[in-house]
Structures are given as C-alpha cells and as structure tokens.
Design a protein around this ligand. Structure first.
Ligand SMILES: Cc1cc2nc3c(=O)[nH]c(=O)nc-3n(C[C@H](O)[C@H](O)[C@H](O)COP(=O)(O)O)c2cc1C
Length: 140
C-alpha cells in the first residue's frame, strides 16, 4: 500500500477543502494517507512517504504563505529529488503566477511532479474537487 502525505496551509478553508478531496481520492485508490498542516511537517519526514501532495493558496504578492508554509517548503524542497509529488491551491484575483513559480521550484529540485499545479479560484467548485480527487489518485 502506498503511503501518501497531504501537507497544506489554508487561511479561510478553500485549500483545506482541496486537501480533503486529494486525501479522499488517494484513499479511494487504496493508499494509506496522512493529512497534515504545514506546521506539522518537516524535512526528516519526507522519507516516510512514497508520495506527497502539497497545498498552499496564493498569498502576499503571488507567493506561498510566508509564516508557516514557505519556511516548511524551503526546508523540505532539497529532499524532494526523485520524489513523486503534486501541488495545489486556491487563489483570488491573480493569474496563477504563484503556482507557475512553485512548479518551477519543484522541477528545479528534481521532484517528479505527477501533474501541473492544480488551482481553484476561491472556494473549489464540484468540478475542482473532482480534479483534486483525481490528483490524489494519480499519486498512488
Ligand atoms: C493576505 C492575502 C494575500 C493574498 N494574495 C493573493 C495573490 O497574490 N494572488 C491571488 O490570486 N490571490 C491572493 N489572495 C487570495 C487567496 O489566495 C484566496 O482568498 C484563497 O482562496 C485563500 O485560500 P484559503 O481559503 O485556503 O486560505 C490573497 C489573500 C490574502 C488574505
């Protein structure tokens, strides 16, 4: 059974809803899934999982959330070489720059991104949640 972590930060619940759908999709596909916030994930945990989904909304000016998620991800990214990962998050008024920059970072770290970053505008719609489930399945 593949072991998957879904690690996210969410201020108003939109990315949290996406994370729960990613978790549900991976569970449907038979994975052993652990849902964690960015406060509870550290670089030394990367090796415990076969695949990791990271979720964070666009914050600041088109950046990852800066007090919890960014410090966690900076500490973790050098451990992601060859690791199967997925990234997702909600955004408001931007054009997805934060996600494109994040994809570039993941690829530069040598991570195996299973899909392009998955974005939902504000609260995820039913079809966004279906895509999140499918992303979770694709990590298995
Ligand atoms: C402080 C702050 C900064 C934000 N910066 C951006 C931004 O740069 N680009 C964007 O598209 N949305 C931005 N947003 C909107 C959030 O990404 C959007 O509300 C998202 O749905 C929040 O997700 P969450 O419910 O998981 O916290 C910002 C929101 C806040 C509160």
């Amino acid at each position: 059974m593949s072991k998957i972590a879904v690690v996210f930060w969410s201020g108003t619940g939109n990315t949290a809803a996406m994370a729960q759908a990613v978790e549900a999709g991976a569970k449907d596909a038979g994975a052993d899934v652990t849902l964690l916030t960015s406060d509870d994930f550290t670089a030394d945990m990367v090796g415990q999982f076969d695949a990791i989904a990271f979720g964070c909304p666009a914050m600041g000016a088109e950046v990852l959330e800066e007090t919890s998620f960014e410090p966690m991800f900076s500490a973790v990214e050098n451990s992601l070489t060859g690791k199967k990962i997925a990234i997702f998050g909600s955004y408001g008024w931007g054009d997805g720059l934060w996600m494109r920059d994040w994809e570039d970072r993941c690829r530069a770290a040598g991570a195996n991104l299973v899909a392009d970053g998955l974005m939902a505008n504000n609260a995820p719609s039913d079809s966004d949640l279906d895509e999140c489930k499918s992303l979770g399945r694709s990590l298995c």
